[in-house]
Design a protein around this ligand. Structure first.
Ligand code: KG4
Ligand code: ZN
Length: 349
């Protein structure tokens, strides 16, 4: 780390995590987080109004924790980055309004950035600069996409995306029908460790010969979710116990099989040797292991940040902000809007 590298503060509030991160260059100095996940658990999904209120309460205390953790003051910060979208409109507004207030009061440049690009940029905090071009597999609760990254500061090229449920959404829905808490990724990951992934054959969406022509890099998880539901229902109807660990392991392997197969196909077809995986589902232990094992056979390097950096946090926003500052990108105008449907192709506003 060099003191000449920019000191960037990042604010994340697109969903249920209020995150404030501070980085210098590629070095993580603070990653403070407040989550309203427990308040949403009984509804089985994030309630937008509850999330917005929680952000409002958490933003200032989380900011102070981050500054303390990094041992810096607001005056020391060179630039502020904030998630401008995509995400829940009311939740985004809290972070954007807060960041603009700070930028105005402390006279700092502000960067409104894309949450999804930030999920890719965060890996630089763990593994250093991203070799470009790279293929990025982005798998979260709201998105599942395969992207080609030639220059992260300028934008990404979408290769494919889910045509129905996101991968994280499938984990959340399957967990719910197995009686596990929300969010469903972590409990399925844990249960699957004691299950047999080969015990039940669940469908691999969009992998048939015809699909591979029309939807080579797209995903579909809705049929898989329905297949799991039917299988569990049939068991219950027959009065037999549901082998929860086996169902979890077989479902998880079906998701990871499709994700890794298509991501590596994208790398090979484009002659790219680096695959970076980001988003909440990248925290999945099986996905990481399967990707590494399969990639090794082709000489492809897989980069996955540690689990805490995969799920939503402020450090990822700071990491993308730092990348934009280093690339000489002009800051956003102070009147930029939060954009709940911000397209993936737009890195900043
Ligand atoms: O990126 P993220 O924190 O928020 C969004 O931008 O959506 O992703 C949250 C998603 C949830 O669906 C959650 O179940 C999933 O990531 N997730 C996991 C794991 N940890 C979180 N999915 C599978 N395995 C995990 N270990
Ligand atoms: Zn996310």
């Amino acid at each position: 780390m060099s003191a000449s590298e920019p000191l960037v503060l990042g604010i994340e509030s697109s969903c249920d995590e209020t995150g404030v991160g501070i980085v210098r260059g590629h070095t993580l100095l603070a990653d403070a987080l407040a989550s309203s996940v427990d308040e949403h658990a009984r509804f089985g999904g994030v309630v937008p109004e509850v999330a917005s209120r929680a952000h409002l309460q958490a933003l200032v205390p989380t900011l102070h924790r981050a500054l303390d953790e990094a041992g810096v003051t607001l005056a020391d910060i060179d630039a502020i980055a904030v998630t401008a979208g995509p995400g829940l409109a009311g939740a985004l507004l809290v972070g954007v309004a807060g960041a603009k207030g700070l930028a105005l009061a402390a006279e700092k440049p502000i960067y409104g950035v894309n949450h999804l690009a930030a999920h890719v940029a965060v890996d630089t905090l763990e593994h250093g600069p991203l070799p470009e071009p790279a293929i990025a597999l982005l798998v979260s609760g709201g998105h599942s996409s395969l992207l080609r990254v030639d220059d992260l500061a300028r934008g990404v090229t979408p290769l494919g995306a889910t045509i129905d449920d996101a991968a994280g959404e499938a984990f959340d829905k399957v967990a719910r029908l197995l009686g596990m808490p929300f969010p469903g990724g972590p409990p399925i990951d844990k249960a699957a460790r004691d299950g047999d992934p080969l015990s039940i054959t669940f469908p691999r969406g969009l992998t048939g010969p015809k699909d591979l022509v029309e939807h080579r890099f797209d995903f579909s998880f809705s049929g898989l979710k329905t297949a799991v539901a039917r299988w569990v229902e049939a068991r219950e109807r027959s009065g037999e116990p549901v082998p929860v660990n086996d169902v979890a392991a077989s479902f998880q392997d079906a998701v990871c099989d499709v994700l890794t197969r298509k991501a590596l196909d994208a790398c090979r077809s484009q002659g790219i040797e680096t695959l970076v995986i980001g988003g909440g589902v990248a925290a999945n232990s099986r996905l990481k292991a399967m990707a590494a094992e399969r990639a090794a056979a082709y000489g492809i390097t897989v980069r996955v940040p540690r689990p805490k950096l995969c799920t939503d946090n402020g450090a990822m926003v700071a990491a993308l902000g730092s990348h934009l500052v280093a690339a000489g990108t002009a800051p956003s105008k102070l009147d930029f809007a939060a954009d709940s449907a911000m397209p993936l192709t737009l890195v900043g506003v």
